[in-house]
Design a protein around this ligand. Sequence first.
Ligand code: SDX
Length: 439
Amino acid sequence: MSEQETSLKRHSGAAAFQYRGEENALDFLEGSEGERGADITRFRRNTGIVTYDPALANTAATTSAITYLDGENGILRYRGYAIEDLAERASFVETAYLLIYGELPSQAEHDGFSRALSDHSLLHEDMKRFYDGYPMTAHPMAILSAMVNSLSTFYPESQDALNLEERDRTIVRLLSKLRTIAAFAYKKLHGQPFTYPQNHLSYCGNFLHMMFALPTETYEVDEDLVKVLNQLLILHADHEQNCSTHTVRTVGSAQTNLFASVSAGINALWGVRHGGANQAVVEMLERIHADGGDVHKWINLAKDKDSDFRLMGFGHRVYKNYDPRARIIKQAADLTFNKLGVRDPLLEIALQLEEAALSDDYFIERNLYPNVDFYSGLIYRAMGVPTNFFTVLFALGRLPGWIAHWKEQIEDPSMRITRPRQLYTGPHQRDFTPMSERD
Ligand code: SDX
């Protein structure tokens, strides 16, 4: 039994079903918050049939001790700590440590971890040349994914995923360097010189400095922005078995190294149904604004099954209630806009859109609420981050979660390669036709 499974309770023979006249017993497993899952690991062996669950919507693909999510009641906890508490009281670095190592760090552990993050902030100088090859139109998520994968070539010792001695160093390298990779991508795409990391700055302060400082002017890191960014990164840091984390786990299950596994996760996050939604939300709000701002027209379009349009930043596979992160981000948006003195007509449209959707039967019946991506882009926009970089910031926030899941899985002695089955719907066996005889 794996370490994570020690808090699992097994209810032997909790259910039984008849198949072809035979009685089959099913055990139930119970997690630490009382969630129950039918153990179907021997189902095919015992019955000859597989279970069918497209998009894994009803499947617990793993046990995990990292994040607890109750979508019906809008509860999210990292390692047992409420997201509201962490967002209010913790730093992103503390949260990353908590997710990856399981406990909040002591002062000494925190200082050691922060120092290690500072020590590894530079990129190998040869990596800078990779940026020269990208066109100015490149999407930064493509750059991010390629650069993270390339880290494995500079640190070949990381390629042995089972190498315990190297694992912590690889983790710290990735956490530290993703900031630099992201900021350098911004500089490249804006035709500006790279700004090197300044290790006396905080994790978020350093990132803002690398993004926005220019050699021609003094750049003062705005501590209010640091606070907001810190909070946003914490809110994005993990979300149990979401698409990108599941991708990282799937790739990692082949004992693929951390850099390559996370690189795959970045690509999964890029899609508009997932992290790419924060970019899509602001593009949608811009479209509504340019169209005159009639939110009801767009709500009707989102409900129309003949239209491709969906309300970006709304709906969630697991939340059937208000996403607790969206609630915090909405408050943070108010504070940020007031502090920066920004008046953004898109915020007004977003508020109207939310109000109209939450009182519309279509959205009420389907439990469609704003998700984490609905307001986050508006804050990034107020901070001066360009729209196509929003998902990069999501990736920066999600990194500790990806690392924690990859690590949890690789340390589980019962880990097996992810390999689902399928129900084949293609042609029956047929004879090969030579090309000369084909129509
Ligand atoms: C993230 O999983 C995670 O944890 C992800 C995440 C994380 O932290 O990792 O929380 C981050 O990815 C947030 C989600 C960002 N994506 C969007 O905001 C894109 C818009 N949302 C949708 O495309 C959709 O709601 C999903 C992809 C988020 C969820 O898709 P599901 O679970 O497959 O739900 P579904 O598409 O089957 O929808 C159920 C019904 C359908 O209507 P019916 O066919 O039943 O009539 O609700 C409708 C859908 O058409 N619907 C929407 C809608 N979302 C769902 N209708 C209009 N607008 C929408 N946004």
